[in-house]
Design a protein around this ligand. Sequence first.
Ligand code: PLP
Length: 366
Amino acid sequence: MSRPNPIRHHIPSGLPFMYFASDNWAGAHRSIAERLLRESDGFAAAYGASDLDRRIERRFAEVFEREVAVLFVGTGTAANSLSLASVQRPGGITFCHSEAHVIADECGAPDFFSGARLLGVPGAEGKIDPVKLREKIAAYPQTAVQHGRATAVTITQATEAGTVYTLSEIDEIATIAKKDKLPLHMDGARFANALVSLAVSPAEMTWKRGVDMLSFGGTKNGCWCAEAIVFFNPEQAKEMPFIRKRAAQLFSKSRFIAAQFDAYLENDLWLDLARHANGMSDRLRAGITASNASRLAWPTSANEVFAIIPKSAARAAEEKGAKFYEWPVPPATSELLGPEETLVRLVTSFATDEADVDSFLRCLAG
Ligand SMILES: Cc1ncc(COP(=O)(O)O)c(C=O)c1O
């Protein structure tokens, strides 16, 4: 990355942080923190009515090359839940990957806010299997009063498994959803990481593929706390101000979310930060691939790495201060794991340095 790593300004050089638990553990990028500070003076209209809120909403239209409706919220869970709530009908079912954050890690919030149910669809490496999706949708026709009816599909980009749907894979899911007139939502908690991994434009990865609603994440990639719901057809967002307010997600000082996005989007900072995070994962991937004792569990291409490492190496790394999660082993991977091995998830962020990665790789080497 050409920019100096801003999070290091208060850290004595040479001290590695081996923080690979989550990109949520990283701080806020300095440009974003400074932008917040600048916004702290003075007065502005509240509840999303400030000039800044309006300007940043228009900025999203430029980023996506079309008119969009944008609603700022405070968490990714809120962005997902309220997007999905906007398209629900009684007895509705939203299809997602079986290990998606919406179904596994949001405590039922999407079901709670929408009154609908999530139903998991399997698929290798975090991606919905299109054949299985077609079967599941067919099992919940619009007349199925007893079982419930299909109402939406959601995919995660980048996925929870660190993989990225290709454009043609998104096309395939969208075609299946559209055949039954089901809106397609994208959980973009790591949207920027997926975007730079595919090297495509925001428009190409979303509405040009048939995505109707996007949870646009900023928090993991350098914001302090900034998420946005983006509707590619603003007509479909008409109920959203009410849905958001009833979910207690209309921030009175919404301009501070707008201010974060102002700095985030300025001069493509968001893309630089994601490129850096992905690059740090590339370094991890290369080091693990070259190692004798550890290996990649499956290929990933954004800022998450899943590795099979000796349990002794995991303990040694933890003792030296490394932070990471041992991960539940997916059925397809279980036979690859020896009795003395463990599966770990390693997440890099805009604040990860080469020294962090190299120190961790040295721990693995023993
Ligand atoms: C794939 C995915 N979606 C959404 C979220 C948003 O979560 P939160 O509500 O904690 O901001 C996360 C956070 O870990 C995530 O990994």
